[in-house]
Design a protein around this ligand. Sequence first.
Ligand SMILES: CC(C)(COP(=O)(O)OP(=O)(O)OC[C@H]1O[C@@H](n2cnc3c(N)ncnc32)[C@H](O)[C@@H]1OP(=O)(O)O)[C@@H](O)C(=O)NCCC(=O)NCCS
Length: 506
Amino acid sequence: METVVRDLMTSPAITCASSDSLTEAARLMQGAGIGSVVVTERSKVVGILTERDLLRALATDGDADCEAVGLWMTARPDVLSPNERVDAAWSSLTAHHYRHLPVVSGDDLVGVVSLRDLMGVARIRPAAEASVDAPGGLEGVVVAETSVGDVRGQEGFFHYRQFSAIDLAEQRSFEDVWHLLFRGELPDPAASGAFREAVCRRRTLPPGLSSLLPVLAPLGTPLDVLRTAVSVLGGELGWRPTRDIGPDELEDQALVICAVVPTILAAVHRLREEKDPIEPRDDLGCAANFLFMLTGQVPTPLHARAIEQYMILTIDHGFNASTFTARVVTSTGADLAAATVAAIGALSGPLHGGAPSRALDMLDAIGTEDRAESYIRHAVEQGDRIMGFGHRVYKTDDPRSLFLRSVAESLGGPLVEFSRAVERTAVDVLSDLKPGRQLYTNVEFYAGVVMHTCGIPREMFTPTFATGRTIGWSTHVMEQASHNRLIRPSARYVGPPPPQRVPAQP
Ligand SMILES: CC(C)(COP(=O)(O)OP(=O)(O)OC[C@H]1O[C@@H](n2cnc3c(N)ncnc32)[C@H](O)[C@@H]1OP(=O)(O)O)[C@@H](O)C(=O)NCCC(=O)NCCS
């Protein structure tokens, strides 16, 4: 049966006369534990006095003992009928910012209804349940503890475990950093060799997935196909929910997924070009092997190292959107493939990992150095985002961008010089048109330049990002699974007030 005002009003209402003093009215309210008192003359409603009115009166330094209620009440207030539906009552209260309304039948006062009564029946939030409002983009909200790594935005610093990620990219191999993430320590030479071998053994595609890739490859972007392929991989290898397996089994799956993702992507790229996939080579490191499987050529050491350093820098980066996604999915107890598929989806967005090819498209569109300022000014004035600039956390230079800029400079070439010029112009124009926003290049700007210079095709930029980031996702999945709690926040309902009658079918 539909809830009407009569069902939830407070009755009888507490009343006073307009000649009563504010002190008397306040005592009535306090005694009954209510926030308003209805003012009547010969049992007819003539006004309503609320806590807000009392506060206004107090602010004037008047004497509450002498001030009459009639002077401070809201005269001739809106009223509700006891038969009125709850949603109509809700609209009356919220539209006028009332917190209490008298309920009147004919001319007689029969009760009073408050916003709190309506919220209770609408079950917007049980009165006893504590809630914390977080900002829309969750910036600054700590949602977990992690020992994987962190980003210090103001300092322009990020780290994996206890080491600066930049130092790691300068000094160690991709596999050693992978070992650090998975096992919590950098390997000694023996452990490093054994880990490399373990990775190599897991690079080959399982037969079901391998036979399906020619069908999947043309059906979407490489990242779309990767999403589907990872799903197939988990199914084919029979991966069970993280909740049902131990840490060793999960780490083995994580090794497989990180080893196999570059093989999937390279195969997809070649199939899309109507070329045969190339088998992985055991004698090449991850980055060199990836370039080899993409192009069929063993890369120069300079190119292999540049891509390796890019891949190290993109392994992990705090609670970014895709990492958080992977952890949310893991928190449900779902399997590693499910968490990775979801993370790939999050990464694909242009506000996350989808930017490097767009940054290069922008460089193409600018064409020459002398056009940079007018292009960027026009774009920003139109409200467009300059791809490869700005970051949610870094409000200074993104250390990955600085490092990749130096990598790009070591590779040399006209694109690198041109990008430097565009960067300088964009930073100036952005600081002019968006003062105080601290917009500098992010990882994506020079990533595109480095990848392009090393022969990676544009549509493989974000997929290459995914090859490194899979290690970060997997590490977070393992951490989440090791001390899991379902991630299940709340939202504030702001739609039309429920419950409303479902209209009869016409
Ligand atoms: C990365 C990004 C999504 C972070 O955004 P955010 O933290 O949500 O920042 P906001 O959207 O609140 O932006 C703050 C202000 O800076 C401006 N801004 C941010 N990035 C900008 C960019 N790349 N170009 C132009 N203006 C930008 C916004 O327009 C906004 O201006 P306003 O205050 O006048 O409205 C954003 O910088 C962006 O869209 N960059 C381009 C895409 C990109 O490079 N993505 C890769 C990320 S690694």
